[in-house]
Design a protein around this ligand. Structure first.
Ligand SMILES: Cc1cc2nc3c(=O)[nH]c(=O)nc-3n(C[C@H](O)[C@H](O)[C@H](O)COP(=O)(O)O)c2cc1C
Length: 491
């Protein structure tokens, strides 16, 4: 082993433990910052998404990133133009990773699927197929969905409540694992000489009897190359945490600060162990949106440009269809404890104004200083617009040089216990290249990111081992297809 920070190694449980930071690109075609698409030269037209998906994945792969990650949303409408334009019109994630399976060769490909509206057999087929087509590089991000309009798009009267959605999601995962394990080792014989094609004793039914995802099986796709496709889960509630502790391989966590990260990642490991799992096999990820310049001043200018293009309104009402009422100074005033109905967006926040801010207002002043170097009463003063925009953009935005971004990731990894990061890009592609060509070499020079891919599958990249086939681990006679007609009858 030449460099401990860049290799996997066997630990005392005989499994692999990864030393370096996990880094993936969270793909949002027209940018993750709400006004990113308006930056000069930014990708801004979804008609060109196929080329941008291809170019971004190849750039990420050239930098050695662990995966490219596609989120999902099951509805659209005019409001998304203001909230998150990247959600309005986009390529469906499983289609995107299927497309990339033939274009890339090393990088992991993670697609988000909404468990609430998924069919277990269909999802098992598609995911096993893409895993095989990509040489074992697929991951799935299982979410339960927070968009109520998805219900009517799938023939339902209403979006289920949290409990029902999570009951369904946990069942879906259990059904997927049984379906992926349909083909035991040696089930496909394919002996041309003897004419022996299948060994039916090794072809297993799922016979899963859940309230939401009952499914018979076997699956008509061979076992994924990774055994089970690695599963990410993104959510915030207690039920979400339970799903992570019991079933997910990676947790995508929205965390407000390093102290909270340390507490959550500690609990995650403890609870995973309490559920009989290897805590090293449940990884924590958090999203980060870096805005990168060659100097702080340059990075602040990029941030200020983006902030100046976020659609906001001085008053609570705006004529534009779908415009959210929350995007106004009047509503900001309620959040920071001041009456702002008469304030001007571009007017300065004075030192006296700032002294009257409540705790949330002080937090926004701090964010404004970090993101744009602006401080009330200085040569870089704060405008009301700055406070409003930073109130509206809740992501972990970090603004600065490549070295500063690396400092930030290092601190979250070492002090917050976070295993890795989903890197959001404010706009494509210049800012993404600043990350891959600026921040990644900086992390490498600190021994925090490996020099090159060490294995071929996403599990290899993540330091996860291939799970034993559930049917082999606990042989259940009734789940085996007993006669040669068993599978054929279902073909
Ligand atoms: C970091 C993060 C990313 C998420 N990405 C998606 C997504 O791409 N699509 C989606 O439908 N929901 C996404 N969600 C929403 C969650 O899946 C979940 O539906 C929502 O947070 C409500 O569940 P909860 O009460 O457990 O948080 C994401 C949540 C988090 C925290």
């Amino acid at each position: 082993m030449t460099n401990n920070s860049t290799h996997s190694e066997a630990n005392d449980t005989g499994t692999t433990k990864r030393k370096h930071i996990i880094i993936g690109a969270m793909f949002r075609a027209v940018g993750a910052y709400p006004s990113g698409w308006r930056y000069p030269g930014a990708h801004h037209d979804p008609h060109d998404d196929p080329e941008v998906i291809r170019a971004t994945a190849l750039e990420a792969e050239a930098a050695g990133l662990d995966y490219i990650f596609f989120g999902d949303w099951l509805a659209t409408g005019p409001d998304l133009e203001f909230r998150d334009p990247y959600l309005a019109a986009r390529i469906e994630p499983l289609s995107a990773v299927g497309f990339l399976a033939g274009i890339t060769s090393r990088i992991g490909l993670i697609a988000t699927v909404n468990a609430t509206y998924s069919d277990a057999y269909t999802l098992a087929r598609i995911s096993a197929s893409i895993d095989r087509l990509s040489g074992g590089r697929l991951g799935l991000n299982i979410v339960t969905g927070a968009e109520p309009r998805a219900a009517a798009n799938h023939g339902r009267d209403a979006h289920w409540g949290n409990e029902q959605r999570y009951d369904s999601a946990e069942e879906l995962i259990d059904a997927l694992r049984l379906l992926w394990d349909s083909w035991g080792d040696g089930a496909l014989v394919a002996n041309q000489e003897s004419g022996h094609y299948l060994d039916p004793s090794k072809l297993h039914r799922a016979d899963f009897r859940g309230a939401h995802h009952p499914v018979a099986g076997p699956l008509n796709v061979l076992r994924p190359i990774q055994g089970h496709v690695p599963l990410v889960h993104a959510g915030t509630s207690q039920r979400s945490r339970h799903l992570v502790h019991t079933r997910a391989d990676l947790a995508l966590l929205a965390l407000p600060g390093i102290a909270e990260a340390a507490a959550v990642t500690k609990t995650l490991r403890t609870e995973a162990a309490a559920n009989g799992r290897n805590p090293d096999h449940v990884k924590s990820l958090t999203p980060v949106l870096p805005i990168i310049g060659s100097t702080f001043e340059e990075a602040w200018e990029i941030h200020d440009f983006l902030a100046s293009r976020v659609p906001v309104s001085p008053g609570p009402h705006d004529d534009r269809e779908g415009f959210p009422a929350t995007r106004s100074l009047a509503v900001l005033g309620e959040a920071i404890g001041l009456e702002l109905a008469q304030a001007e967006l571009e007017a300065e926040v004075t030192v006296d104004d700032a002294a009257r801010f409540n705790q949330h207002g002080e937090h926004l002043l701090d964010l404004t200083r970090q993101r744009s170097g602006r401080i009330p009463g200085t040569a870089r003063p704060v405008r009301w617009r700055d406070i409003l925009v930073n109130h509206l953009v809740p992501y972990s935005v970090v603004v600065g040089t490549a070295a500063h971004i690396a400092d930030y990731l290092q601190a979250w990894h070492e002090e917050g216990g976070v295993d890795g990061f989903n890197i959001l890009t404010p706009f494509l592609g210049e800012q993404f290249e600043h990350f891959t060509r600026g921040v990644i070499p900086e992390l490498r020079s600190r021994g925090l990111f490996r020099e090159a891919y060490q294995g071929s599958t996403l599990r290899d990249h993540l330091g996860l081992t291939v799970p034993v086939n559930l049917h082999d681990a606990t042989p259940v006679e009734s789940t085996t297809v007993t006669g040669p007609v068993g599978a054929g009858a279902r073909a």
